[in-house]
Design a protein around this ligand. Structure first.
Ligand code: BES
Ligand code: ZN
Ligand code: ZN
Length: 494
């Protein structure tokens, strides 16, 4: 989607559609239409007839019949002025972006002034509009060969203002970078497991080299020599080549933040085989890895003044004759030994190596991991929030702040050491599962053994990868979770 900023009056724009926001208050006064002559009368008559009340997300399409250069005006209800929040505006715009896309309109202008309600500046609105349209109108034909004309796209988005365009263009560009990273994450997360393999993820990570991200990828043999035995235990049952992907961005003189992402490119459960029903959804068990690769891209494009290291252990979890067994005792990169209970708890097997690898080799000041780790977390929070566990209140504060600014809902879960009782093993240092009670918490406790004293948070994003219907700026499918949260956390790091 091409983005630009135009310093013109709405009546000067010559576009297929102009989008104008209206609050309930403005509607009552009949003011703030920023329209003149016949068009203003048309809009007022729609309002007077009661056909448009400016409730949140409501929209009304008016045709100009040559009375102004643009062909259509869409009035968009913003609801009550006092209730508008950045994320609610993003969601309203995201919703209407699909309506406009599905009309077949490829170019539109958006009145920034009409959306800059309350404390929101036109710059802030520009970022929100860019994000909302790029995320909200996202659709991917994936591998369809028929009916491709159904996959309409908005090609040009013109932000219309009477203010200086420079700051607005900068804000819109940030929005574009962030939203495109979210869309990349969605494409990877929702792609089929025979296409989105560890090798394909490697290719995506390698593409970041054009943005000065140093990408190093270790194969099975190299990982073995490095001592990544826990990661390799999961990869034993698959003929698909596993990859341990390490991405480094930024100057080592800055503080280092590490991002770790679980990338199980298909989770069959291994020998502890999952039931067949719903198994296809385990194509998205690499969402954490997609989150990290996509976020690294946005971080590099935004040129953030930090050093950020991304570690993505990527493998299928399959049950062939060489597969790891329940009952195995596995050496880990950290030196601790782990008793395998269920081969379906493979996420924590690949993550523990990635966490201790990042700690040992990069000494991060903070570390965050993202993993579709437990069904228990999906049961607890559903699709509307990510659960996180933090061993450090300052890290938790950063997450809460980024959650507010990005609108990505998070909920802090407990990391009390009493849960370790469930992880005690008779034969190894730890069992890797603790049974059904508190399943998401014991998983987090297990991971905590591998972060040393690094300030750290673990995000269990199970449940974020299968939204069943369009909602706001999230179309059906993967939300591309956590990317905006990560970027907000890091761009306001200092
Ligand atoms: N990838 C799954 C978790 C998952 C479940 C993600 C549902 C998204 C939706 C994970 O590897 C897994 O299978 N976890 C097990 C752990 C158990 C064996 C301790 C689970 O949650 O059942
Ligand atoms: Zn599993
Ligand atoms: Zn899994």
């Amino acid at each position: 989607m091409k983005l630009d900023v135009k310093n013109i009056r709405l009546t000067e724009a010559q576009l297929p559609l102009l989008l104008i926001g209206l609050t309930e208050e403005a509607k009552e006064k009949g003011a703030n239409l920023k329209l003149t002559g016949a068009m203003k009368k048309m809009a007022q008559s729609v309002i007077a007839l009661g056909d448009f009340k400016a409730t949140q997300g409501e929209h009304s399409l008016l045709y100009s019949n040559g009375k102004i250069p643009s062909e259509r005006i869409m009035l968009l209800g913003l609801g009550k002025r006092a209730e508008i929040t950045p994320d609610q505006l993003r969601a309203t715009l995201g919703g209407v972006s699909r309506v406009i896309r599905d009309l077949g309109v490829e170019k539109l202008g958006v009145s920034l002034l009409s959306l800059a309600q309350g404390a929101l500046s036109e710059e802030a609105v520009a970022e929100i509009v860019a994000e909302a349209f790029i995320m909200g109108s996202f659709s991917d034909p994936f591998h369809k060969t028929k009916d491709l004309d159904k996959f309409k796209v908005i090609k040009e988005l013109h932000l219309i203002t009477q203010k200086d365009t420079k700051g607005i263009a900068l804000a819109a560009e940030q929005g574009r970078i962030i939203a495109e990273a979210v869309n990349l994450c969605r494409q990877l997360a929702w792609g089929p497991p025979n296409h989105i393999t560890p090798t394909r993820l490697t290719e995506e990570a390698k593409k970041l080299e054009t943005l000065s991200v140093k990408t190093t990828v270790y194969d099975r043999e190299q990982a073995k020599r490095m001592g990544l035995h826990s990661f390799l235990a999961v990869a034993k049952g698959t003929s698909e080549a596993p990859k341990f992907i390490v991405m480094e961005y930024g100057d080592p003189k800055h503080d280092t933040v590490a991002l770790i992402g679980k990338a199980i490119t298909f989770d069959s459960g291994g020998l502890s085989l999952k039931p067949g029903e719903g198994m296809h959804l385990m194509k998205a068990d690499m969402t954490g890895g997609a989150v990290v690769i996509s976020s690294m891209k946005a971080i590099a494009q935004l040129k953030l003044p930090l050093r950020v290291v991304g570690v993505v252990p990527a493998t299928d979890n399959m049950p062939d004759g060489g597969a790891y067994h329940p009952g195995d005792v596995i050496d880990t990169y950290s030196g601790l030994t782990v008793e395998v209970i269920s081969t379906d708890a493979e996420g924590r097997m690949i993550l523990n190596d990635a966490l201790s690898y990042a700690v040992k080799n990069f000494k991060p000041v903070a570390m965050f991991d993202f993993a579709t780790l437990t069904g228990a977390m999906e049961v607890a929070l559903g699709e509307h929030a990510m659960g996180y566990f933090a061993n450090d209140d300052a890290v938790a504060d950063r997450i809460e702040k980024a959650s507010k600014s990005s609108g990505e809902r998070v909920w802090r879960m407990p990391l009390w050491d009493v849960y370790d009782e469930q992880l005690k093993s008779d034969v190894a240092d730890w069992k890797h599962t603790g049974g059904r009670p508190g399943g998401a918490i014991t998983a987090a406790r297990f991971l905590s053994k591998f972060v040393m004293d690094t300030p750290w948070a673990h995000f269990d994003i199970a449940g974020q990868d299968e939204q069943t219907s369009d909602k706001g700026y999230n179309p059906k499918g993967s939300k591309g979770p956590a990317v905006r949260l990560i970027v907000d956390m890091l761009r306001y790091w200092k």
